[in-house]
Design a protein around this ligand. Structure first.
Ligand SMILES: [Zn+2]
Length: 470
């Protein structure tokens, strides 16, 4: 078996001068608390504080980065224990699932998943040898044993990871019971929700009309009219704020916005509510809703996030068999300059609005996002996201947005993950890569080292807190 080593200089420049600067910058920020303003951990973990059940369901089954790679190399999701919608047989033995993962672990060489997982194995579970077929049982037994230890329960890990605050993401139909339970428990860990209303803002989402009915019920509003529909959002947003939410999140196909008259909104809503909207009308509806959400954000102070440009569930047979979020989502080209104009015409200069933009289309960084955020007071740029959440993706992000948006129109790091144990690893990679970028600026005499220290701290901690009002 080969030793598992996390080199203290990993990701740092090979050049000794720059490496020394990067080390100094990183040493000053590596222990800062984690602020995790956007992600998808399950609030029930922190509400119930039950032990995680086994290594496979903790580390493999929630991580679509992991199973997309395995699937691409012929591993069946059945063999990873992903439940099939038709109830047909899938592997249920977590040890067998773990062995399958270990046999294929070499597929992750050079990927960020490998960096994150090795960090978890070494740092969280104290593993000293590399994961491979021959060490699969050693890993399984050790992790399985540790998960029964109270020190590895969700709340204990939250504290060990030095998480100051974490945001989960819930839909508008969620009754927020887990957040209420956390709040009422007296535990000091800070877990807040975020309002993601896609289920009732996208007429093309599955079950939309049923969702709308349930939305009216949970908000106790008549959603038969456009005004009632908007009031229902306002009430749900208030309920989410009661559970600590400071932000909303919108996963739209495009960053298109609209600013229709009240009469046009009412007519469009009537078509949508009758289930008669054409694809173009559905698009227009989503566009109008974004502008309404911006208006509500100005009223209630919630920060708005827009995550456009994902072709979800691209693989129809996988969707039919396993459902959504199975690693079959793909990046699309993005367009912001025209798309956001109706919203920006109304609210772009309003400092009470904070709209954080994400993209999977890196060609928009220098051409659209940095110029937009480098002008409009209401706009900021979210970090390198999803497919770009990698050392190279972070480098490309800083190289392309800093020239026009600077550092202070960006918002620090988001881990955006369901994989709870990987959170410290992901923040560590981001802190290292920001220090690498800053070290280059210092080495080239473009920034003094004391200023680089201030920026490194802002990127690791202060900006996320400020941008998300946490
Ligand atoms: Zn997300």
């Amino acid at each position: 078996m080969q030793p598992l080593r996390l080199h203290p200089d990993r990701l740092f420049p090979a050049d000794p001068g720059q490496r020394a600067i990067a080390r100094r910058l990183y040493d000053a920020v590596k222990a800062l608390p984690i602020v995790s303003p956007h992600g998808h951990t399950d609030p029930q973990w922190f509400a119930d504080d039950e032990p995680f059940s086994d290594p496979a369901s903790l580390l493999i089954q929630p991580d679509h980065y992991v199973f997309r790679m395995l699937y691409s190399q012929g591993v069946k999701l059945e063999d990873l224990g992903i439940p099939a919608r038709d109830g047909s047989t899938v592997e249920r033995d977590p040890r067998k699932i773990w062995r399958c993962f270990a046999e294929h672990y070499h597929l992750f060489r050079g990927t960020p998943s490998r960096l994150w997982l090795d960090f978890v194995f070494a740092d969280v579970f104290g593993m000293e040898v590399r994961l491979e077929a021959g060490s699969a049982d050693l890993y399984y037994d050790r992790i399985d044993m540790l998960l029964r230890d109270p020190a590895f329960r969700p709340r204990a890990l939250f504290e060990r990871f030095h998480i100051e605050v974490i945001a989960t993401t819930e839909g508008p139909l969620d009754d927020l019971r887990h957040h209420r339970k956390i709040r009422d428990s007296g535990w000091t860990g800070r877990v807040v929700t975020a309002y993601r209303p896609d289920a009732v803002t996208d007429p093309e989402t599955a079950g939309f009309l049923d969702n709308l009915k349930a939305f009216g019920e949970i908000a106790d509003e008549d959603v038969g009219t456009w005004r009632g529909y908007l009031r229902a959002h306002e009430k749900r947003r208030a309920a989410f704020r009661d559970m600590g939410a400071t932000s909303t999140d919108h996963g739209h196909l495009r960053a298109t916005t609209a600013d229709l008259s009240m009469m046009d909104c009412e007519a469009l809503y009537a078509r949508v509510r009758a289930g008669e909207a054409s694809p173009a009308e559905a698009d227009l509806f989503r566009a109008q809703v974004l502008t309404e959400m911006a208006r509500m954000s100005i009223d209630d102070g919630m920060v708005m996030q827009l995550h456009p440009g994902v072709y979800r569930s691209h693989n129809p047979s996988l969707l039919a068999r396993f459902g959504a979020n199975m690693g079959a989502d793909l990046p699309l080209p993005g367009e912001f300059v025209h798309g956001l104009k109706p919203l920006l015409d109304r609210f772009g200069a309003d400092p009470r609005l904070s709209l954080i933009l994400f993209t999977l289309d890196e060609t928009t960084y220098a051409r659209e996002l940095a110029p937009l955020a480098g002008h409009y007071p209401a706009l900021k740029i979210g970090p390198a996201w999803w497919f770009n959440d990698s050392p190279e993706g972070m480098r490309r992000f800083r190289e392309q947005v800093t020239e026009t948006a600077g550092f202070y129109n960006t918002v620090g790091f988001n881990d955006d993950t369901r994989a709870f144990l990987s959170i410290p690893a992901r923040h560590d990679v981001a802190r290292r890569m920001d220090c690498v970028w800053l070290a280059q600026l210092v080495a080239e005499h473009r920034l003094e080292e004391d200023e680089a220290h201030a920026v490194a701290r802002a990127l690791a901690y202060d900006l996320a807190k400020a941008a998300y009002k946490l």
